[in-house]
Structure formats: structure tokens, C-alpha cells
Design a protein around this ligand. Structure first.
Ligand code: SF4
Length: 326
């Protein structure tokens, strides 16, 4: 498969300011040396607890934040090196679907105007072809022609998220960053939106960066999954491999908390002890060591790097064999 996006050693620290003159007293290490690829037509799931840096990764890719260092190669072009005007060309290629379908849409605009806005701004179509395209977009996401003149408040949460998806599609994007796109929706509606995203991918060949904290949702939709902990990527593998043979103790704990729809199935849930450490002052060595049941002196001193443990499977742990295959 061909690579669409290559993220290399991505780093973003947010300064922490204090006092009257707003002196910088530290920095939140939101993403620290994050590397991964997304292939054409692939869904790459990105998981981890709140505050692990996964949303920052999405915003860096969209250039909503400027990276401190690292590369974001989109079809071979490093987006971090482009000027504002050079970036314009790529803006339409990478779109985002936010978590909250209520806050994502302008309540004062009709759906037809919302969907036509980006097409007009980027001059994607001649004026006489905009309305037919808007109707086509509504059909693509399972809405009706008559919805074009309605306002966002006339729709349910699931329908609003469909409008958000249609707006993203109006740019003909190659990559969509889906930032927890179903977590604000009822469980019954979540599957419909996930199935819609899958169908659109099959039809249009779009790639997704699917950011979520729900492992079950990520398993449903992703081809490969990356696991982040405290600003670091700790494991990447194909979805089935990750769920059946994970190699990092943190991934193992995340997976052990996924509920199983079988009352007779006894599961050994691994309870992580302690709080997530402060990202302003992360632990030395392996950042997971204060909460890891396998931690030893080496873990406290030496930072583990991502290394291959199976085909397409990399783990940042000194002792992946303690988890892998167990
Ligand atoms: Fe645990 Fe050590 Fe592996 Fe970190 S490197 S996950 S502390 S075993």
C-alpha cells in the first residue's frame, strides 16, 4: 500500500506561564517524538487516556498547531515547512470531524449553505454545479434533498454528525481526522455513523486518523492501531494483532478494561495503580514505569524505543515478552 501521511519525530511542548509577567516556568510535553504512517484508504486508530496527546497529534497534522520539531509528510511534502499561502493548497485535502456535532455547525446557517461554503471558498466547482453537489453530499451521508433548507437544530445528534461528515466530504479530502466522532452520540447511533464512515471509505478511498479512547470502537473501524501514553507512541500494530497479542503492559491494561458481552466470561481486569503522571514533569526512563507491574531499575533509567516484535508490530518496552503471547 502507498503511504499518504508520514509523521516523523513529532514534538509539541506547550509553555506553562505563571505570575504577573507570565514567565515561562515549564512546558507540557503534549507529543514527544511521535512517529507513524497512514496509508491510502486506511483507517489508523489512535488511542490512549485523556491527556495522552492524541488530539494534539490530530491538530498538528491539520496545522492548527505548529510543531516544535519533526516532520509531517503529506504525499511527500513536509507540511511543517510550508508558508501560510503554500498550506492553502493542502487545507482541503485534510479535514476534521470533531466530537461535538452540536458545536461544530453554525446554528444560524441552513444545511445547504454550510455544505456549499467550503466549495465556494476553495472554488472547487463552477457556481451552477454547487447545488447539485450539495444534494449529492446529502445523499452520500443518508440525508434527503428536503434537508437542504433546514437548520442544524432541526436534526438529531446522529443526523448532525452526518452533516459534519458531508461538510468534510465537500472538500474532496484525502484524509479525515476523526476526533472522537461518536463519543458524544447515543450507543444506538454510534454504529450507524461508524458504518457510514466505513462505507464512504470503500466508495471514495479516503484515509482516516480515528482518535478515540473507546477500544471497542477503535477495533470496529481501524485497520491498524497506535497506542499513546503521556505524549509517547508506545505500540503500533494491525488491529487483530494488537487485540489478540499486544506487547505493551499499558495496552494490556487498556484491553483488559474492554467489556465483554458474555456474563459467563470471566475477565482478569488489570487495574492501573496511581494517576497519570504530570506531563510537565514526566517520569524518567519509561514514562509508564510508576504504574507498570513489570517495572525494574532499567525501566526507571533507560527510555525504551519503539522496536519490532512481529511483522508490522512495534512496541516501546524493554520487556515486551512479559506481555506478548501471554
Ligand atoms: Fe513496564 Fe519497563 Fe516496559 Fe516500561 S519498559 S512498560 S516500565 S516493563
Amino acid at each position: 500500500m502507498e503511504k499518504l501521511l508520514e509523521v516523523r519525530h513529532l514534538k509539541k511542548y506547550f509553555p506553562v506561564k505563571k505570575g504577573f509577567i507570565k514567565r515561562t516556568v515549564g512546558s507540557v510535553k503534549a507529543t514527544d517524538d511521535v512517529t507513524f504512517d497512514i496509508y491510502k484508504g486506511e483507517t489508523f486508530g489512535l488511542v490512549g487516556e485523556s491527556g495522552c496527546g492524541k488530539t494534539t497529534v490530530g491538530k498538528l497534522i491539520l496545522q492548527l498547531h505548529k510543531a516544535d520539531s519533526g516532520e509531517i509528510l503529506f504525499e511527500g511534502t513536509d507540511l511543517t515547512k510550508l508558508s501560510k499561502s503554500e498550506l492553502q493548497k493542502y487545507r482541503k485535502d485534510i479535514q476534521i470531524i470533531f466530537q461535538d456535532p452540536y458545536g461544530s455547525l453554525n446554528a444560524k446557517m441552513k444545511v445547504g449553505t454550510i455544505l456549499a461554503e467550503g466549495i465556494k471558498k476553495h472554488k472547487l466547482l463552477p457556481p451552477d454545479q454547487i447545488q447539485p453537489r450539495v444534494l449529492e453530499l446529502l445523499k452520500l451521508v443518508g440525508l434527503h434533498d428536503s434537508d437542504v433548507n433546514k437548520y442544524p437544530h432541526e436534526f438529531s445528534g446522529g443526523q448532525r454528525q452526518r452533516i459534519v461528515v458531508a461538510r468534510a466530504l465537500s472538500f474532496n479530502p484525502k484524509l479525515i481526522v476523526c476526533d472522537e466522532p461518536v463519543s458524544a452520540l447515543d450507543v444506538s447511533v454510534q454504529a450507524q455513523v461508524l458504518n457510514l464512515l466505513e462505507d464512504l471509505q470503500k466508495e471514495l478511498g479516503i484515509s482516516y486518523l480515528f482518535i478515540a479512547h473507546g477500544m471497542a470502537v477503535v477495533r470496529h473501524i481501524s485497520h491498524r492501531v497506535g497506542v499513546m501514553y503521556l505524549g509517547k507512541m508506545v505500540e503500533i500494530a494491525e488491529t487483530d494483532e494488537l487485540f489478540e497479542h499486544c506487547g505493551h503492559p499499558y495496552t494490556q491494561a487498556l484491553l483488559s478494561s474492554v467489556p465483554v458481552a458474555n456474563p459467563f466470561h470471566k475477565k482478569n481486569q488489570i487495574m492501573l495503580e496511581g494517576e497519570v503522571p504530570n506531563p510537565i514533569n514526566p517520569p524518567t526512563g519509561c514514562r509508564f514505569h510508576p504504574r507498570c507491574r513489570f517495572a525494574c531499575d532499567k525501566c526507571k533509567q533507560e527510555e525504551p524505543q519503539l522496536r519490532k516484535i512481529a511483522q508490522g508490530h512495534v512496541v516501546a518496552c524493554h520487556y515486551p515478552e512479559k506481555v506478548y503471547g501471554n
